[in-house]
Design a protein around this ligand. Structure first.
Ligand code: NDP
Ligand code: MG
Length: 371
């Protein structure tokens, strides 16, 4: 039985993980949980899973007679040091997930990493740190999970490029001159995936795909010229690898995060998701439209600039999406806020967490000035 800790357990990924662990009778014992502010849901999940500890990172955690309780980020670190685990799922949303990933690594625990911001913002030092501590980082993001599986038994030297698929989001076919009228409600209606609010908005602007291009580059060590993005509205092909000999290998499945989450937690499970049916299955592919989705093209220039640019992009996007979700700015302003922030000189070298936090703060302040 594998001992697991689930961070961000009250969110979309966290809830999917818990449902799978419970319903599929997986060989996983959940020993501890974290959430940010949703104490009632945290406690109800903790009781149903009989965990040993919980942490509320965004406030003071109420006491419990059933399990030990911790509060704030310092409490989270203490909980991670105290409770043994074979693997930690980091399903925290946003930049704050990076500190948790570092804490997991420093405790020597393998990380099933859904928090893509950790890789995007900490990519320049995170993997060296993991190596020093003998820690494996296993991607949970569906595209990267697919690439991880596709690359498992293949030499990197044989691979020409990585092909990341994108559904294209709800505005895939919307004419450019109608982008001004997009509402929060429309942007939250993702055609194929059911996810948290921030990532759903990012899927509408394709900022999510931009983050994923950067994530793939750091995770697998491929430069921007060797990463392709293909629009695939059905979200059945999760990603592909193009080999130097011309062959292309793909991973297919229904759009369900259960498989990538469980694959990152344990090896070899019984049937996890509905088998893919090929009757009436139509798969289509197209090129992305960089004009209508300029945030996607940012990823490729960011990877050429490197330094602190990915951190600034992520920070500006978090600020802009937050404002859009709170109806403080339009869709167009959200996008232009990120683009304007990126015009700044961000080509600074970053080699540790403190420097990353510094850049994040500066980029947030600049982004706010454009709203
Ligand atoms: P949600 O918003 O649904 O859930 C976020 C979780 O993180 C909640 O448990 C929340 O706690 C907690 N949290 C929020 N802010 C903080 C913070 N500042 N510090 C600590 N914990 C915090 O997000 P998702 O589950 O959609 O996404 C989680 C991560 O996984 C993101 O990085 C996302 O990009 C990535 N991902 C998600 C996919 C999906 O299908 N949803 C697919 C691929 C990647 P509380 O409920 O108490 O606020
Ligand atoms: Mg993804």
């Amino acid at each position: 039985m594998k001992r697991a800790i689930l961070l961000g357990c009250t969110g979309s990924i966290g809830t999917t993980a818990i449902t799978a662990i419970r319903d599929k009778n997986l060989d996983i014992q959940v020993v501890a949980l974290s959430a940010h502010t949703n104490a009632p849901k945290l406690f109800s999940l903790a009781e149903s899973l009989s965990v040993e500890a919980v942490c509320l990172t965004g406030g003071n955690c109420p006491p419990s007679s059933h399990f030990k309780t911790y509060s704030h980020t310092e409490g989270l670190k203490q909980m991670l040091r105290t409770f043994e685990a074979d693997i930690i799922l980091n399903a925290i949303a946003g930049f704050d997930g990076l500190e948790a990933t570092i804490a997991c690594i420093e405790c020597g625990r393998d990380v099933a990493l859904a928090n893509k911001e950790s890789v995007v913002c900490g990519g320049s030092f995170l993997f060296d740190l993991a190596k020093q501590h003998g820690v494996n980082i296993i991607p949970v993001d569906s595209e990267h999970s697919a690439l991880y599986e596709l690359m498992k038994h293949r030499s990197k030297d044989d691979i020409e490029s990585l092909i990341i698929t994108a559904s294209g989001g709800p505005f895939r076919d919307l004419p450019y001159d109608e982008f001004d009228t997009i509402t929060v409600e429309q942007a939250l209606r993702h055609p194929t995936w059911n996810m948290g609010r921030k990532i759903t908005i990012d899927s509408a602007t394709l900022a999510n795909k931009a983050l994923e291009v950067i994530e793939a580059s750091y995770l697998f060590g491929f430069p921007s010229e060797k990463i392709e993005v293909v629009i695939h509205p059905q979200s059945i092909v999760h990603s592909m690898v193009r080999l130097k000999d011309g062959a292309v290998y793909a991973q297919l499945g229904t759009p369900d995060m259960t498989l990538p989450i469980v694959n990152a937690l344990i090896d070899g499970s019984e049937r996890l998701v509905k088998p893919l049916s090929f009757s009436h299955l139509q798969l289509t592919f197209d090129e992305p439209d960089f004009k209508r989705f300029p945030l996607l093209s940012e990823a490729f220039s960011i990877l050429k600039r490197r330094g602190s640019t990915p951190i600034a992009f992520n920070a500006a996007d978090e600020v802009a999406v937050h404002a859009f979700l709170n109806k403080q700015c339009s869709y167009a302003k959200m996008v232009s806020c990120v683009l304007k922030t990126m015009d700044n000189d961000w080509d600074l070298h970053v080699s540790n967490f403190a420097e990353t936090v510094e850049i994040d703060r500066k980029a947030r302040a600049l982004a706010r000035s454009f709203l």
